[in-house]
Design a binder for this molecule. Structure first.
Ligand code: HEC
Ligand code: HEC
Ligand code: HEC
Ligand code: HEC
Ligand code: HEC
Length: 184
């Protein structure tokens, strides 16, 4: 057994009552928070941008096919459109004005992180996206989400079951199931 895995097992043996405490306190610590939907500092809507406007996911999450992180876009990406699209309703005008003001001051928006795997797990977007696994397979029906939420449970079983399934589909894929791939 790899020593890092040993440490993980050690930590978990002594942290066994932690999950119970976490549900009581409703604290967002790590993974396993299916349905988690934090309030965001601005009402950014995927159902408007990826649904009605049908923007490609990678227009904004441009690193998804080349790096570990899909990345959240900076305000300059928003301003490509919001320089001109200033809003038709009072609600849209007020919120788009906030984006323009933040952009001019060079202040990033503090988006609340939705997904958060524990640090001892190694996940990589490009490894999946370049092998043709769709965003929606893991993130659910994003073009219908008004407010972003965590779709899958992000447990180890979720990862490993899909890896096993992929390998039996005869598509020539070899999704690893050895401990070291995800815990190194
Ligand atoms: C116009 C830009 C834009 C487009 C297009 C877009 N997104 Fe996003 N996405 C964002 C922004 C901004 C955030 C951070 C705010 C939030 O969570 O709503 C985000 C957040 C996310 C998150 C959560 C990140 C976290 O904190 O865990 C996921 C998952 C996601 N997007 C997936 C998608 C998928 C899948 C598509 C295509 C169907 C898509 N996005 C299209 C801008 C975009
Ligand atoms: C195989 C499942 C899977 C696929 C496919 C996938 N994601 Fe993710 N995504 C995850 C997981 C798991 C996390 C949490 C990663 C972490 O906490 O380190 C995540 C996190 C994110 C985040 C926030 C953190 C980051 O990595 O930037 C965004 C944004 C995101 N995904 C967008 C996308 C988009 C857009 C696509 C398609 C181009 C996509 N994802 C495809 C599983 C997936
Ligand atoms: C491809 C063009 C495009 C991009 C890129 C874009 N938007 Fe939009 N957005 C629109 C359009 C069009 C509307 C509808 C405006 C209206 O009401 O007239 C809109 C509306 C909005 C609204 C108003 C809310 C609502 O529900 O009406 C907000 C807030 C917003 N966008 C935030 C963002 C943010 C944040 C980004 C960057 C992460 C972004 N947009 C990127 C085109 C875009
Ligand atoms: C929907 C199916 C699916 C899910 C869910 C999934 N994976 Fe994968 N995973 C794949 C496929 C397909 C590959 C690529 C196999 C290949 O390259 O032949 C892959 C490859 C990988 C690789 C290998 C990367 C490399 O550099 O070779 C790692 C690491 C990985 N996945 C981690 C994870 C983790 C961690 C999770 C859960 C948080 C997860 N995966 C969830 C389908 C999935
Ligand atoms: C495809 C990716 C993947 C592989 C392969 C994998 N794990 Fe995990 N593992 C995860 C993820 C994701 C988590 C965190 C989510 C969770 O706790 O269920 C995790 C959590 C764990 C935990 C914490 C226990 C828990 O339930 O919270 C231990 C211990 C662990 N893994 C050991 C192993 C061992 C031993 C192997 C090899 C037999 C292995 N893992 C293979 C993805 C993987």
């Amino acid at each position: 057994m790899n020593w890092r895995i040993f440490i993980i097992v050690f930590i978990l043996t002594f942290g066994i009552s932690l999950p119970a405490m976490m549900t009581l306190g409703d604290v967002h610590l790590i993974g396993n928070h299916q349905g988690y939907q934090p309030e965001q500092p601005l009402p950014f809507s995927h159902s408007l941008h990826a649904g009605q406007l049908a923007l490609n996911c990678q227009y904004c999450h441009s690193a998804a096919d080349e790096s570990r992180h899909a990345s959240v876009p900076s305000l300059s990406t928003c301003m490509n459109c919001h320089n001109l699209a200033k809003g038709n309703t009072e609600f849209a005008k007020a919120n788009i004005a906030k984006i323009a003001a933040a952009y001019e001051k060079g202040e990033p928006v503090r988006w609340q992180r939705v997904h958060n795997l524990p640090d001892f797990v190694h996940f990589n977007h490009s490894a999946h996206v370049t092998k043709g696994v769709d965003c929606q397979t893991c993130h659910g029906n994003v073009p219908e989400m008004g407010v972003m939420r965590q779709n899958a449970d992000l447990t180890m079983g979720w990862c490993v079951n899909c890896h096993r399934d992929q390998n039996t589909l005869g598509k020539g894929l070899a999704a690893p199931t050895d401990c070291d791939t995800c815990h190194h």
